[in-house]
Every structure is written in C-alpha cells, then in structure tokens.
Design a protein around this ligand. Structure first.
Ligand code: G4P
Length: 560
C-alpha cells in the first residue's frame, strides 16, 4: 500500500494519485460516496506518547510495518532531537521539519484506518504535544520497564486525565532486566493517577525472559528476539494448573506464573472496556518494540477497544461526528524557518461531516469564508493532495497568517471547539524592545508568533509590559531569531521569577478586589482573560487560602 520513497513514506506508485493519499480501495469508496457512519467507525486516531528513549519511535515503526505502510525497519525518521544539538535551535527546526513529513501516519489494518499523530520528543516542545493530545481520541503510553514512570510521562498523562482520554499502556523493553512488574503497575497507578489492568504478563525478564501470558485469551506468546519478522507462535493454555505449562516453561516459572495470575485476578478484577473508554482504567501490555514482541497483540487489542472519533464539545453544543455538515479545529501550526519557504502549515482535525477541497468553509473567529485549493496529508515528501476527509482525519492547510491555535472551521454555524487549553508556562521572561522605531513590527511579530503557539503572551495593562511564557528555554531563542529575521524587530528578554500562571474563576467582586491588591502580578492572556502570575508555590497557596471565593486554575480552560 505504501512504499519508502527517498527516505519518506508514500502510497505505492500503483495507487498513488495526486488526489489521494489513501489506498485504491479507499479511493473507490470515496468516489462512490460513502456512508458517513462507516467512515467514522473505521477510523482510530491516536498518539503514542512516552518519555524520550522509552521506545515511541520503535513502536510507531512496528505498527507501520504491520499496516504495510513501510516495508523495512529503520524507515521512520526519529523526531528525537539529538542531544548534541540542543543549543542550536535552527538544527532542531531542521529536524522538526523532517518530522512534519511524518506528523500524521496513516495505514489500514484489518479494515480499520489508523491515524497516528506524532508528538515531538524534545521537552521544550512539550506544549506541541499537549495540543496534539487535544486532537486524538486515545493514547498509547510507552513506559521503559527499566526506568518506570518518568517525569515527562507524568505531565503528559495529566493532560490525558484532564480530557479523560482513554489510555493503553505498553511496558517496553522486557528483554532487559527491568523492574518487578507488580512494582511497575503500582507506580503507574500512583504517579499517573489511573487504575491499571494487566492484559498480558511477562514470564521472567531480561536474559531469562521467556514470553508473555495473555490474560485475556489464556495463551502464551513465546519470545524470540526478532527485529523484522511479524508472526509469532502462540500456545493456548486452557488450564494454568495443567502439566503442559510446566513442560512448556519449566516448573519454577510455571508456579510463579500461576501465583502471579491468581494475584492479578484478585487485585485487579475483570477488565471492563467501558471503564477504559471513560479514561478510568488503563489496560497494560508488556512487550519489546525492538524485537517486535507483543506489538501485534497490542495493535489488535487497540483496534478492538480504542474509541472511534466521538462527539466533541463546542461553545454552543455537542458536535456529533456523523453530522452531515463539516466542522474541525486547528490544533497545531508549523512555521517553516527556511527564508526561501516561509509557508506555515495549519493542522486541522476534522470533527464532523466531510471536509472537501475547494469548498467554502466558515472561519468562525474571523467571520470569513475560506476555501482551500491544496489541502494535503502528511504522508509523502511531496505532500499528497487530499480531496476529502472525515472525522478523525488530520488535514494540512497552507496558511498565510489566518489561523491561530484553537480556530474552528464550520459550514456556516458559529461555534468554537472547546478543549484546546493553554497550560501554565514554566519559564517567564519580559520582552524588551531594543528598537523603539520598530515597535509596530515587534507588536505584529510577537502577536503572530504566539498565535502559532511558539509561546504564550501575557500583557500587563499599566505600562504595556509583555511577558512571554514557555515550557523550555529554546522558545526564547526561536522568538528572538524570528522577530529579527521575519519582522525586522530587535528584542531581548529579562528573566522574571514567576512560578505559575493562574487563570481565575469565581466571584467577580472578589476577583476585582484581588486584582486591585495584586496589580503587579495581574496580566491578561491573548483572549483577554485575567491571569495571576504567582511568584512561588507558597504565594499561590496563600492566595488560594485567603480567597475562598476565587478558584485558581493552571490551565486556561477548566471544563472540557
Ligand atoms: P523514543 O522514540 O521514545 O525516544 O525511543 P526510540 O524508539 O528511539 O528508542 C530508544 C532506544 O531504545 C533505541 O536505542 C531503541 O533501539 C531502544 N529500544 C526500543 N525498544 C526496545 C526494546 O524493546 N528493547 C530494547 N532492548 N531496546 C529498545 P538507541 O540505541 O538509542 O537507538 P538506535 O541506535 O537503536 O536507533
């Protein structure tokens, strides 16, 4: 279906057309005009998330191998930013540019159309990942069995928990001497604030690793280090007490497995798909992405239980994916820093109806109708043109500055999709203009860059001070460079020791009173919301305690 082309993935030439990025089969369907429900029910749009190095790229690649989207291992370009380059953001942008080509990877497997949304590996781009998570219907979380739950994983899971996104956990690298699986499950529950339910169970680990017992169908998958083959021998064990088990894995391991399974059944209870879909329980698989072990089971179970595109909340009403009228929102904007190609790419997640090329759609915020002559998918080097797309799909739109993150497109109705919040930045700096003659350029530049989501802008009314908030230091370099090169404006940054940005809700008078006394810490975000910049955790806690009529939020949206 797909082939490797100049290091990128594209549909095989036999079915490659400038007008579709999908297989011939899918194309015919589209041409005949299909039932919207069928299209939606076959789509699974998700992200694989992990702390860098846990195995996200390797697992993505194995999924693509199963889906026939690539033919050889090593084809997926890792968007991991090489450690040596962390101080050179142009190098990072170059690498990010490569990853745009594989931002969304699509393949078909067992009649399902899978969209994997890639997320950046570098911590400084964490906000990109948070936003991508607003565009998916579920998530696979990869954990390194040696390292367990790492810091970045906790943050990412917080975002998933906010939206009750269903999560499947893949505990990777079981071929290594890892931690005790029960300890890992404990840690998952405690640090990620979610109940877990093992679906498979490792028999030993590291050098003695023998395979996994699949609890849901009582079969053993024997381990064999193999980086390319995708089929595995599976032995059914209807009765764990039978001697066959001892013969297969030896008495000692058989007894251990019996004990473990008894404990699992006792402690974790039955797996209920509904609980998973509500985001309350995360099923857990053990495997080794590198050795292609446990990946097929994970993929098949994922396709069986993961949600297809569901209804989404908007400012006016719940929008059902099966509605005939199209709607969608922008969750990411990628700017090309190459001066020869200054194009911006807006990533549109389709939420309902059918997106069509060259059809007029309504840009709600700008109250303007727009049509798109060259929407595309991200599969190929040459970016394949796309004729139409359905709920769950991601469409790339060339943008000349019309979009900002969170913008909604509809077929005329006025509503905005919710659930694309800003998160409190971690680093704050004040933007200082170095050339008063270029104030207008600086204003315009910082406005546009923050629309793209490079960083967050907070304005303080008396004095028109501008504070920039980011997740990582890199963004400041990016802003400085881009302001100078694209807007001809010069600036510098002065660090400001703020700890958190807090959006406030509650009693209006209490908020007004609070703002009066905390004037030097009160700013407005881009949407004119009042934000309190707290200097320390202690100051924030005191403010919370002293102002019971105000609720302080570290995200800009409180109900999704
Ligand atoms: P990431 O995208 O989450 O950052 O991780 P990635 O897939 O790049 O994997 C990180 C490292 O872990 C890679 O090794 C990869 O080969 C290895 N790895 C992934 N899955 C497994 C597994 O199941 N078992 C073992 N033992 N290793 C695994 P590397 O040396 O950093 O890169 P490479 O030279 O192998 O590409």
């Amino acid at each position: 279906m797909y082939e490797l082309y100049s290091g990128h993935i594209r549909p095989k030439t036999t079915c490659f057309s400038k007008h579709s990025s999908f297989s011939t089969l899918t194309q015919i369907h589209y041409l005949r005009g299909v039932n919207l429900t069928d299209e939606i029910h076959k789509r699974k749009t998700f992200a694989i998330i992990s702390h860098p190095d846990a195995g996200k790229t390797t697992l993505t690649e194995k999924f693509l191998l199963f889906g026939g989207a690539i033919q050889t291992a090593g084809a997926v370009k890792s968007n991991k930013i090489k450690k040596a380059a962390t101080s050179d953001f142009m190098e990072i942008e170059k690498q990010r540019g490569i990853s745009v080509a594989t931002s969304v990877m699509t393949f078909e497997y067992n009649g399902k159309l899978v969209n994997i949304l890639d997320t950046p590996g570098h911590k400084d781009f964490a906000e990109d990942t948070y936003r991508t998570l607003t565009a998916v219907d579920s998530v696979i979380l990869v954990i390194d069995c040696v390292k367990g739950v790492e810091e970045q994983t906790e943050r990412l899971m917080e975002v998933c928990r906010m939206r009750n996104t269903p999560v499947i956990v893949f505990i990777n690298k079981v071929d290594r001497d890892g931690r005790d699986p029960f300890d890992l499950l404990d840690e998952l529950e405690q640090k990620l604030n979610i109940k877990v339910r093992p679906m498979s169970w490792p028999i030993n680990g590291g050098r003695d690793f023998k395979g996994v017992y699949k609890l849901y169908d009582k079969s053993i998958n024997f381990f064999e280090a193999n980086k390319t083959k995708i089929s595995k021998d599976v032995t059914r064990i209807d009765d764990l007490a039978s001697d066959t088990l001892d013969e297969l894995i030896g008495k000692q391991d058989a007894d251990k497995l019996r004990q473990d399974v008894e404990l699992i059944d006792g402690v974790f209870g039955d797996f209920n798909v509904e609980d998973y879909l509500k985001g309350e329980v995360a099923p857990v698989f053990f495997g080794s992405a590198l050795n292609n072990f446990g990946v097929k089971e994970l993929l098949e179970k994922f396709l069986e239980i993961a949600p297809f595109p569901l209804a989404r909340n908007s400012s006016e009403r719940l929008v059902n994916p099966e509605e005939n009228k199209f709607s969608g929102f922008i969750f990411k904007i990628h700017a090309n820093l190459d001066p020869r190609h200054r194009d911006r790419i807006a990533f549109l997640r389709v939420c309902s109806g059918k997106f069509e090329r060259n059809k007029f759609f309504h840009h709600v915020r700008l109250n303007k109708d727009m049509k798109f002559a060259s929407p595309f998918t991200f599969m190929a080097d040459s970016k394949a043109l796309l004729e139409d797309a359905f709920a769950g799909d991601v469409v790339g739109l060339y943008d000349t500055g019309n979009f900002k993150i969170g913008d909604t497109l509809t077929e005329g109705e006025n509503f905005l999709f919710k659930g694309i919040p800003s998160f409190s930045p971690e680093i704050f700096k004040e933007l200082i203009n170095l050339d008063p003659m270029k104030s207008k350029q600086l204003e315009k530049g910082i406005e546009q860059l923050t629309d793209e989501g490079v960083a967050q802008l907070f304005r303080q009314e008396p004095g028109n001070r501008k504070y920039i908030g980011t997740v990582g230091e890199l963004q400041f370099e990016v802003i400085q460079y881009r302001l100078e090169n694209e807007y001809n404006a010069k600036c510098r940054f002065e660090p400001r020791a703020f700890f958190k940005a807090c959006w406030m809700t509650g009693d209006k008078d209490a908020i007004a009173e609070f703002c009066k006394y905390r004037q030097k810490n009160i700013v407005k975000d881009k949407d004119e919301n009042i934000v309190f910049l707290a200097e320390t955790a202690w100051i924030l806690n005191t403010a919370i305690q002293q102002n019971p009529k105000i609720t302080f939020h570290t995200t800009s949206e409180f109900k999704v």
